[in-house]
Design a protein around this ligand. Structure first.
Ligand SMILES: Nc1ncnc2c1ncn2[C@@H]1O[C@H](COP(=O)(O)OP(=O)(O)OP(=O)(O)O)[C@@H](O)[C@H]1O
Ligand SMILES: [Mg+2]
Length: 278
């Protein structure tokens, strides 16, 4: 039986989406700097005849694969949106209009309206920033370890809240909002910080930058929902909480998808299916 696969090769991770013998969707992931693993995976799955390919490292992957298989390339943003539409329906969300925020190595933000979509913004603050800052500040570079330790940490001693500035006065905005991420450090004498607290505060910084920007774009495009995707969110309860809290506080509706890291790979897979039906 011939089979198809969708591959999204991003700055950090290469995601694979394929249908197994029972035509069930299977998802798997490899580090993008170990592309030979994708080649080995394909050699172990000779039934794969067609590859749907997307992502910024497509050329680098093709160089390693040197494959004779048929390749259907699709630009990253289109693949992502195709995948998001599929996952929204699969996971029971009936929305047509939304901001889509993809927290990959960096963050890319899109506006979707029915079948049309456009890239409306982005920021260099993303999952790569989480790994980079964590590594420099604590020496911990493993994604799972960063998440687990951050989860045990507290932000209060490092972040400066609005109420910390307006002591004894009414605050002009919600006093529990962050006035300055990491801002308490510069106005106190403390110079030693617990690793877990530094990691928790880093997750806070990233989540708040990304949700603030996404909310502003949602306001600009008059849309209520924001769908947050990207592998940075995988099993990252703390980052999800930060983003969820900020988005709801600013009166928008956040949506988190279960297979949040795989929209691009699923979109690339669906794209082959659409083309082969024509
Ligand atoms: N197994 C893992 N190893 C390393 N980072 C991981 C892992 N799982 C999740 N991450 C997090 O996910 C981020 C990458 O997310 P994603 O795979 O969506 O991006 P990408 O597609 O590689 O990058 P981009 O789309 O920006 O080119 C990493 O920066 C890290 O924070
Ligand atoms: Mg990506």
């Amino acid at each position: 039986m011939s089979a198809w696969i969708g591959i999204d090769t991003g700055g950090t991770l290469t995601k694979l989406a394929y249908l197994d013998e029972r035509r069930e969707l299977k998802l798997t992931v490899f580090p993008s700097n170990e592309m030979h693993l994708v080649k080995e995976w394909l050699e172990n799955h000779p039934q794969v005849e067609e590859i749907g390919l997307t992502g910024g490292r497509t050329e680098q992957l093709l160089d390693v694969l040197k494959t004779m298989k048929s390749i259907e390339y699709i630009v990253e943003f289109e693949a992502t949106l195709k995948g998001v539409r599929y996952l929204l329906e699969k996971e029971g969300h009936t929305i047509d209009q939304s901001i889509i925020t993809n927290i990959g190595t960096g963050t890319s933000i899109h506006y979707m309206d029915g079948n049309t979509h456009a890239r409306v913004g982005g920021t260099g603050v993303g999952g790569g920033t989480l790994i980079g800052l964590s590594t420099i500040m604590t020496g911990i570079s493993d994604f799972d370890e960063i998440k687990a330790n951050a989860f045990k940490g507290k932000r209060e001693g490092i972040d400066l809240l609005v109420k910390d500035i307006y002591q004894g006065m009414d605050t002009p905005i919600d006093g529990n909002l962050t006035a300055s991420n990491f801002g308490k450090v510069g106005i106190t004498d403390q110079r030693e910080f617990e690793q877990n607290n530094v990691l928790a505060t880093t997750q806070g910084l990233i989540g708040e930058v990304i949700s603030t920007l996404s909310i502003q774009l949602a306001v600009q495009h008059e849309t209520e929902h924001i769908v947050y995707i990207g592998s940075t969110l995988i099993d990252n309860e703390q980052l999800v909480k930060v983003i969820e809290h900020y988005t709801i506080l600013k009166k928008h509706k956040p949506i988190f998808l279960e297979d949040c890291g795989f929209s691009g790979a699923i979109g690339a897979l669906l794209n082959i299916r659409e083309h082969s039906r024509k």
